[in-house]
Design a protein around this ligand. Structure first.
Ligand code: NAG
Length: 292
């Protein structure tokens, strides 16, 4: 068993050196597509995109788990608000298309086959024009999440024993079943106004210290219209307080764990009550005995 773990860890380390990285390439709201922002220097590209500016660079670098409680977790490295805000009607979907080209195990660039992790999307009210917001004051409520879903047959259930299956994660659904696209519904029962929409993909493929975990948070300025001004604003959490080094999914050993264990709840906070699916997701834990 220890040999299996060592081999897996070694493999993960090797894969990490050629790791695929990502960014939102296209954001769609109200039927209009906008480019993501992934330049290495923060210069207004003049594209009127609501995507926040970052110093993520051309290598699509992640924010590492060592920065869990640092400002880079808000909207990626050295982020500042876009000067632009776009309309996003309440009750309608927006979508994020993440960078990934080629096929798993082949000519893949961007996200990589070795990566597995959750996706989560949040909103925070700006209380004014989002271009002027102090990002450290933003309080985010969760509107969408997907983590460790299942262990379907195929590459998610490969390996010598079920304890070593990587499982099928929210990010596998995005990159391998939906061409890199994630759709998220803007809740209908939230007040109209300006919000920062924060989405992220993350990966725990590098086992070991929390500092090896990789996050790609991205933010966009939206103006919610057609909402419900009589609704109260859901309570939020600062992005720097969302995750803890002790969270079960952050300490989860991707390559050796209780067989069949699933958890579709991203840590940090519960789905806000205004999301229609808030009651349909439940934590499941049903370890099974496999004969080997
Ligand atoms: C809208 O987004 C939700 C997730 O919040 C998803 O379940 C639904 O399928 C999406 N609808 C469309 C038409 O893409």
């Amino acid at each position: 068993m220890s040999k299996i773990i060592q081999t897996s860890a070694l493999l993960a380390a090797l894969v990490a050196t050629v790791a695929g990285h990502t960014a939102v390439k296209t954001f769609e709201a109200n039927g209009v597509s906008y480019p993501g922002y992934y330049q290495g220097s923060k210069v207004d590209p003049g594209n009127k995109s609501p995507a926040w500016w970052t110093n993520q660079g051309w290598g699509y670098a992640p924010v590492y788990g060592s920065s869990l409680n640092a400002a880079d977790m808000i909207a990626h490295i050295d982020a500042s608000p876009s000067p632009y805000t776009v309309e996003a009607p309440a009750g309608k979907n927006v979508s994020f298309t993440w960078f990934h080209e080629g096929t798993c195990g082949g000519d893949e660039t961007g996200w990589d086959c070795s990566h597995h992790g959750w996706t989560a999307t949040y909103l925070a009210p700006c209380n004014g024009d989002c271009k002027n917001v102090d990002k450290t004051t933003l309080e985010f409520f969760k509107i969408h999440q997907s983590a460790l879903i299942d262990y379907p047959s195929g590459r998610y259930s490969e390996g010598s024993q079920p304890e070593a299956y990587t499982g099928y994660w929210g990010t596998d659904a995005i990159f391998y079943d939906n061409d890199g696209k994630q759709s998220v519904k803007i809740p209908s029962a939230i007040p109209n106004g300006n919000y920062v929409l924060r989405t992220e993909v993350m990966s725990i493929h590098n086992n070991g210290a929390i500092g090896n975990r990789q996050f790609w948070p991205q933010a966009f300025n939206i103006q919610v219209t057609g909402g419900d001004d009589s609704a109260s604003m859901p309570a939020g959490v600062k992005a720097t307080d969302l995750y803890k080094a002790t969270d079960a999914l952050l300490t989860f050993d991707l390559y050796w764990h209780v067989a069949g264990w699933t958890d579709d709840l991203v840590p940090g906070s519960n789905l806000a009550a205004c999301t229609s699916s808030s009651s349909s997701k439940a934590r499941r834990s049903h370890p099974r005995q496999f004969s080997s």
